[in-house]
Structure formats: C-alpha cells, structure tokens
Design a protein around this ligand. Structure first.
Ligand code: PMP
Length: 444
C-alpha cells in the first residue's frame, strides 16, 4: 500500500470541486466527445484504497480503474521496478533486440495460468489486442474460421472485438460493419434463467445453438469470460463452464478464457478458471497483470500457440520493458502479500453486508460475484424488471459522497465493486455503510 497517502475519505469541496470543473471544461474542448467520463473528478495521486483529486478531496476507490490496480495504485514494488527500468532503457522493440523482462513475464504466465501442460505466451498492449491475437492463433491452429461468443459478452472495442461484444449502445452502435464469422450463444445467467435451467442444461442449450447454427467443423474457438465483466458480473451456474470445455475438447475447438477482467487474484484465485476447475486451451490476460501499466497476454498450449508462422504475431510496443518490469513486480506482490487470500476476505466482507442489505430491500434482486469482483443487480421492487435508474442514482449519489463505484450490465442495472486488494477493511466498511444509507434513503 502506498505509504504516502492517508487512507481516509475526506471531502474539502462539493464534488466536482472548482479545479475539476475547470479541467472538465478543458477536456470537453480538447478531447473527442466519444471518450466518456464516469466521474468528472480529476485525479492527482492514488494509493491503497484512496484516489486524491486536484481539489484536495480523498475518495474511496471501489473501481481500481476498471479492475486494473488490483495490487493498489503505485504499489511500492511496481514503482521501484518501473523506476529502475526507466533508468536502464524504455524500448528496443522485443522483435528487434529482445530483453529478459519479456521472457520472464512469459515464464511467470506459463507457470501461473491453469494447467500443467507445456505452455508459451505472447505479449501485447490492451485486452482487445490480446483477444484478437487469441483468435488469430486459434484460426492458424485449427485452419477454421468461426468464433463463438456469448450473450452479454464484452471483449473490446476494436473491429473484431466489437463484433464479439454483445451490447450495441455504447460499444457498437454506428461503428459497423463488424468482422464476419462471429456467432453468439446463450449464456448461463442463474438470476434470469428459469429455475430448471442448471449449469448442465444451460451448457446443452448453448451447445445445441453452436451445433445447429455454426457446426464444429467450421468453429475455430469458443471465447468466454469465466465471470462476465461489463455484462454484469454474471457467474454461470455450476457445471456450465466444464461442460463447454469438454465439448470443445471433444470437437477440436479451441477454448479461450477471456480473463482480462477476472485475472490476477481479482476473483479470490489467481484466475477465475481455477475456482471453476477448468483448464482453458488459451487464456487472455490484461488489466491487473501490470499494476496500471499497459500490458496484455495470450498464454496457452504450446502446440496451439506455436501454430503461427514466425513474425505472424507481434506489434511495436507489445511487452514494453516498463510494462514487463511492472508485471513482474505485480506478480511478486500478489504472491508475497497473499493477495488471493485478501480477495477472499474482501468477498466475505462484501457479500455479508450486501446480503444483509438484500434481506431488507428486494430491489437488490441478486448479489453475486467472487473475490473482489462483487455486484448487485437492481430490479423494481416486487419484480425482476431491471432498474437502471436506481443503479444510476445510487452510483451518482455515492460519487457525491466520495465513493468511486461503477455500473455495468446489459440493462445498465448492475452496481459493480472492484476495490483494489490494497484497500483496508475500514475504508471498505465505510464505503459499504455509505451505500447502505443510500439504499435506505432511496427506499423512502
Ligand atoms: N475483455 C474483457 C473481459 C474486458 O473486461 C475488457 C475491458 N473491459 C476487454 C476484454 C478489453 O480490454 P481493453 O480495454 O484493455 O482493450
């Protein structure tokens, strides 16, 4: 945890404060309108569970910059490693003159990701770029083209990953045409599936769609988030993911786990696949991998990964040395500080509070998630009708009080919590108290 920032929520102005208002006006004049803002508050410093703004306000961070600063912002080992690397060299391009850091990150990924088969890795910059590369690799290996994704999926904003992402507004609307050969199958969504659809039945429903509408002979890869992120933190029913993996294995289809949001201790295991007991052929990682520096990866079975011809994969910045130094320090921090266990503690604390709140307030239709990836799906009282307005109201009232929370979900009705694992129990409890009061106020 960053020792320099007092771990205390403290507001000295209304939010946004005057300096943030000024900067927002500059942003609106200088930055493309398509780049949105969750909270119009400009950051100057962050660490532990606190983000400080330009007006001197200290906010509680329940967002981690969308699941990125899992080890905390400016985590001490990450800062030291990046400083040392920036003094040594900033870039040579790994494809021109390689460096050890990239190789060391690949070795760590091969060691940490699920399964003890022979693995290799390739490094990129963003989650979307890594997802695209997983598809290139699966196509090169299988010599097939089709890709299956799921309802509510989010895989990125590049052309291929827009096709893979489910939600039109704001991610796709007006930006087509999209890449071909992408097909969508139904997900297991326990809160919205009828009660007789267990994990096995949901898998059979998806497999039937895949077999009838695509065909295993045409299918290169099935890509799935083991717990959906932007789609609403949907945890599939037990047995759903293993059945899909088994079907892929039996049918010569590459199973790709998109762990961009769930990876690196976020869900109370190093990877979400671990808690499902599944071993993906390829796993895509990003976000939490490097403590805030841009890095992503594809890791997987050597025979699949090595199907691409030499120089078929790569990119100028992929596996940048600063990002690799940050990733090695991030992994060291997760292991040395037992952050997997910390994520489980956060899970217990959050689920306990939110379940108690749910017992008194039926607008909390579903409380779900694992580790420090927890959500509440909000519905209109007495129904299962999504209530996006309530999610918006609670989130913006929380923002006013200095708590950074995010929303998500196909229906925009899910409040999601992604605290850094460096947050203290005190800050987490304070944020949950604030949220509890906001629910009580809006119930009146
Ligand atoms: N996959 C998943 C599951 C994600 O959550 C995200 C980002 N929210 C992406 C892919 C895309 O990552 P990036 O924004 O780094 O391109």
């Amino acid at each position: 945890m960053s020792a320099n920032i007092e771990q205390r929520r403290h507001l000295v102005t209304a939010l946004p404060g005057p300096r943030s208002v000024e900067l927002m006006a500059r942003k609106n004049a200088a930055v493309a309108a398509g780049i949105g803002t969750t909270m119009p508050v400009f950051a100057v410093e962050a660490g532990g569970g606190i983000v400080k703004d330009v007006d001197g306000n200290s906010l509680i961070d329940l967002g981690s910059g969308i699941a990125v600063t899992t080890v905390g912002n400016s985590a001490p080992r990450v800062v030291d490693a990046v400083k040392a690397q920036v003094d040594a060299f900033t870039h040579t391009c790994f494809m021109v003159t390689p460096y050890e850091g990239y190789v060391a990150v690949a070795e760590q990924l091969n060691r940490l990701t699920p399964g003890d088969h022979e693995k290799v890795s390739a490094l990129f910059n963003s989650g979307a770029e890594a997802v695209e590369n997983a598809i290139k690799i699966a196509r090169a290996h299988t010599k097939k083209q089709a890709v299956v994704v799921f309802d509510h999926a989010y895989h990125g904003r590049t052309n291929l990953t827009m096709a893979m992402t489910a939600k039109s507004m704001p991610y796709k609307s007006g930006f087509g045409p999209f890449a071909p050969e992408v097909y969508r199958a139904p997900l297991s969504y326990p809160f919205r599936d009828s009660k007789d659809v267990d994990g096995q039945a949901a898998a059979q429903r998806a497999i039937s769609v895949i077999e009838k509408q695509v065909g295993a002979d045409n299918l290169a890869a099935v890509v799935i988030e083991p717990i959906q992120g932007e789609g609403g933190f949907i945890v599939p029913a037990d047995g759903f993911l293993p059945a899909i993996v088994d079907w892929c294995t039996a049918n010569g289809v590459v199973f790709v786990a998109d762990e961009v949001q769930t990876g690196f201790a976020r869900t109370g295991a190093m990877f979400a696949c671990d808690r499902e007991g599944i071993v993906p052929d390829l796993i895509v990682t990003a976000k939490g991998i490097a403590g805030g520096l841009p890095l992503s990866a594809v890791t997987g079975r050597a025979d699949i990964m090595n199907a691409s011809h030499v120089s078929g994969l790569g990119g100028t910045y992929g596996g940048n040395p600063l990002a690799c130094a940050a990733a090695l320090a991030t992994i060291e921090t997760i292991e040395a500080d037992n952050l997997v266990d910390r994520a489980l503690e956060i899970e217990h604390l959050m689920l306990d509070t939110l379940h108690r709140l749910q017992a008194d307030d039926d607008r909390l239709g579903d409380v779900r998630g694992r580790g420090a990836m927890i959500a509440v799906e909000l519905v209109k009282s007495g129904t299962d009708e999504p209530d996006a307005d309530l999610a918006k109201t609670i989130a913006s009232n929380a923002h006013q009080q200095g708590v950074i929370v995010l929303t998500c979900g196909t229906y925009g009705n899910v409040l999601r919590f992604l605290p850094p694992l460096a947050i203290s129990d005190d800050l987490l409890t304070e944020a949950l108290d604030i949220l509890t009061n906001l629910f009580k106020e809006t119930a009146q």
